[in-house]
Design a binder for this molecule. Structure first.
Ligand code: FHN
Length: 417
C-alpha cells in the first residue's frame, strides 16, 4: 500500500488543527471503543437463509434489500440485554478512554429518539427506549467521553440520501435537501439532547461537497465548541485524520493527529458467522504499534440483536485492560519514541523516559538497541522479578534479561538517563 491509501487526503486533518489544544485529551487518550449497533444485528449476515458476504452492517446494500422489507426489522428489534453501564464498564476495564456509538449508520435506522423520522429506536421498535440517553448517562457517571458516529452522506433509507440505487433513481434525488433538511437537524439533535459529545464521527464522505462539509463542521463547533470532528467529514476538514479501516501506516506520522478505526474480528456490525477473532496479543501489539507512530486506536464491538456483547470481544478487551493496568504508563500521554522502524520492538516516550515494547523477545535474553544515552532500566510490569541490566557497549545499548519473555503479550522496559 502507498501512504496515500493509509490516509486518503479527503479524510485528512484540517491544516493547523494539529496545534489545536482542544485535541489534547484525545491525544493523551490513545484508545477508544467503537460500537456498531443497529437493526442489522438481527439478520447478522444472513438474509432469507443466504449468507451475505462482507461486513454485517452493509447487508442491506450487499443484498439490495428493498426498504419495505428491511424496515420490517425495526418492529423485531427488542434489545432487552442492552446494559449501558455494562458497556461503559467494559470500555473502562479495557483501558478505553472514549466511546463512539453509531447514532445512524448507512442503513438510515436511528439509534436515538429523533423527531426527524419515526424510523428510530424509540418510535419504531417494541423496545421503545432511547439507548443513547442511557449510554450518555453511563458515560457521564464513569468519566468516559462519548462520541457519536453519524453517516452524513450514505443513507439507504432516506429518499434523498446517497447509496440506495435499488429503491431510488439517483437522478431524481436531492442531496442538498437531504443535507440541509435532514442531516443538519439531526446533527443538531444529537449535539443538543445528550450532554457533552466529545466526537462526531462522520463517515464515507463520498459526494459531500466542500461547502457542505464546512457547514457541518461549523454547526458542530457552534453547538459544542469542544466537540472534535473526525477526518471522514470529508474535504480535509476534520479536526484529526482518519486512517483506512484496520490500516496501520508503515511509518511514524508525526505531522498529523490520526486514528485507526479497527475491528476485533472482520465485521463491525454483529455477524453470526464471523469467528475470525484477532488474538489479544495481536490487539495489544496493534495498540502499541499505532501509539508508537503517533495515532489512536478505535477498537470496535458489535453487540447482537439483544444488545449482548459477543463474548470473544469481552475476553479480548479484558485481556487488553489487564495488560494496560500494568503497562498503561507506556501508552497514555506518550509521544512516539526515538527508535522507529525497528524489527521486533516499538518505542514511545514521556518526558525523559523511553519505553521499549518488545514484540519478539530474543531467546538469548540479550536485546541490542542503538545508543540511547540511558543509564538505567526497569521492567514496567511490577510483577517481574528477574533482574534487568542496561549497559552501553560501544554504539549500542544492551539490555540483559531472562531467556523467556517476561510478559506473554508485549514486554515493556522503561529506560531513563
Ligand atoms: O462503511 C463504513 C463501515 O460500515 C464502517 O462503519 C467503517 C468504520 O470505520 N466505516 C465505513 C467504511 O470505511
Amino acid at each position: 500500500m502507498t501512504e496515500i491509501e493509509y490516509f486518503k487526503p479527503e479524510r485528512g486533518q484540517r491544516p493547523g488543527a494539529n496545534q489545536d489544544p482542544r485535541l489534547d485529551w484525545w491525544r493523551a487518550a490513545k484508545f477508544g471503543m467503537f460500537i456498531h449497533w443497529g437493526v442489522y444485528a438481527i439478520p447478522a449476515g444472513v438474509w432469507k437463509g443466504e449468507h451475505i458476504p462482507g461486513i454485517g452492517e452493509w447487508i442491506m446494500l450487499r443484498a439490495e434489500i428493498p426498504i419495505a422489507e428491511y424496515e420490517q426489522l425495526a418492529p423485531q428489534f427488542n434489545p432487552v440485554k442492552y446494559d449501558a453501564d455494562e458497556i461503559v464498564k467494559l470500555a473502562k476495564s479495557a483501558g478505553q478512554k472514549y466511546i463512539v456509538l453509531t447514532s445512524k449508520h448507512h442503513d438510515g435506522f436511528c439509534m436515538y429518539g429523533t423527531k426527524e423520522t419515526d424510523y428510530n429506536i424509540v418510535d419504531g421498535t417494541p423496545y421503545g427506549q432511547d439507548i443513547l440517553k442511557d449510554l450518555a448517562e453511563a458515560c457521564a457517571r464513569e468519566g468516559i467521553k462519548l462520541g457519536l458516529y453519524y453517516s452524513q452522506t450514505q443513507d439507504w433509507h432516506h429518499p434523498n440520501g446517497f447509496g440506495n440505487t435499488w429503491d431510488f433513481n439517483e437522478d431524481e434525488q436531492d442531496f442538498v435537501d437531504y443535507i440541509d433538511n435532514y442531516v443538519k437537524p439531526q446533527v443538531r439533535e444529537i449535539l443538543s439532547n445528550y450532554g457533552p459529545i466529545a466526537i462526531i464521527w462522520f463517515d464515507t464522505p463520498k459526494i459531500i461537497g466542500r461547502q457542505q462539509s464546512q457547514e457541518l463542521l461549523e454547526l458542530v463547533h457552534e453547538l459544542q465548541p469542544d466537540c472534535l470532528v473526525c477526518g471522514r467529514l470529508g474535504n480535509q476538514l476534520g479536526d484529526y485524520a482518519t486512517a483506512q479501516d484496520n490500516a496501520i501506516p508503515p511509518d511514524l506520522q508525526a505531522e498529523i493527529d490520526w486514528e485507526t478505526p479497527a475491528t476485533i474480528n472482520d465485521t463491525w456490525g454483529f455477524k453470526t458467522q464471523d469467528h475470525n477473532w484477532k488474538s489479544t496479543t495481536r490487539l495489544i501489539q496493534n495498540l502499541v504499534e499505532i501509539v508508537s507512530k503517533g495515532g489512536n486506536y478505535l477498537l470496535n464491538i458489535g453487540p447482537d440483536a439483544e444488545g449482548a456483547i459477543p463474548q470473544p470481544s469481552v475476553e479480548r478487551l479484558q485481556g487488553m485492560g489487564a495488560w494496560l493496568d500494568a503497562h498503561g504508563e507506556s501508552i497514555y500521554g506518550t509521544v512516539p519514541g526515538p527508535l522507529q522502524g525497528q524489527e521486533g520492538y516499538r518505542t514511545t516516550r514521556k518526558g525523559d523516559a523511553i519505553y521499549v515494547h518488545i514484540f519478539d523477545w530474543p531467546p538469548s535474553g540479550r536485546l541490542v538497541l542503538p545508543e540511547l544515552e540511558v543509564k538505567s532500566g526497569t521492567w514496567l510490569d511490577a510483577g517481574v522479578e528477574s533482574p534487568l541490566a542496561v549497559n552501553c557497549v560501544g554504539d549500542s545499548t544492551v539490555i540483559l534479561g531472562p531467556a523467556a519473555a517476561p510478559n506473554e503479550h508485549v514486554t515493556v522496559i522503561k529506560l531513563t538517563k
